[in-house]
Design a binder for this molecule. Sequence first.
Ligand code: PEP
Length: 249
Amino acid sequence: MRRNIVAGNWKMNNDLPQTEALLQDLKKHVVPDNVSVMVAPTFVNLYHAFESVREYSVEVIAQDMHQAKSGAFTGEVSAAMLKSVGVKTTIIGHSERRAMFWETNEILALKVNAALENDMTSVFCFGEELEDRKSGNHFNIVKEQLEEGLFHVKNDDFKNIILAYEPVWAIGTGETASPEQAQEMHKYVRGLVTDAYTNEIAENVSILYGGSVKPANAKEIFANPDVDGGLIGGAALKAEDFMAIVNSF
Ligand code: PEP
């Protein structure tokens, strides 16, 4: 049975005191049993966050990682390093990584492999740009991103994959895909997983929606049968808003 998941991507926000303050605010809330909750602080605060939420039912995850095991990659962080501070899950292929750090589907495929080799779970992000949506090319783009970046993963390893559909035009813009647009794409993606793998694998993979999710729209987005939660940016930076989203199933 697939899990409901709400993951907060803090991006390049929150220094150490702010990280601790937000975690303290989150800890005032009870996490409901029907949702797995994740937060992704910046690399430098992962260890602190991991220690801070030890007794609380929130998983600390990374925003990215490098595909190589180790070596001369100045500024980068490996899967083994993440694991050594308690991190078991990482976001891979966020649209900001794709657009601003030139991460191609091929690079993302290597990152997924590196995560799997280290028994880590990937929250694999994909989604079309506004021009793709306007020209009706959104399904093709999403299919290409999944086929080139993810669908080489073996059947047995797919349990370590969480999918996150994030239409780029809806990220940080205040513009949300309508519940119908989200459901349409999520259903399509689940169909792609069925075709590439099995119906059982497709039924068990969680597909999150990301793009300007907030307390006011989370309920109607999460109510769709193929939407299993959200990847949250801006609204993850306020504990009250984030926990209202967590409580929207
Ligand atoms: C994101 O960056 O993954 C995201 C969904 O951001 P926002 O919620 O701010 O649109």
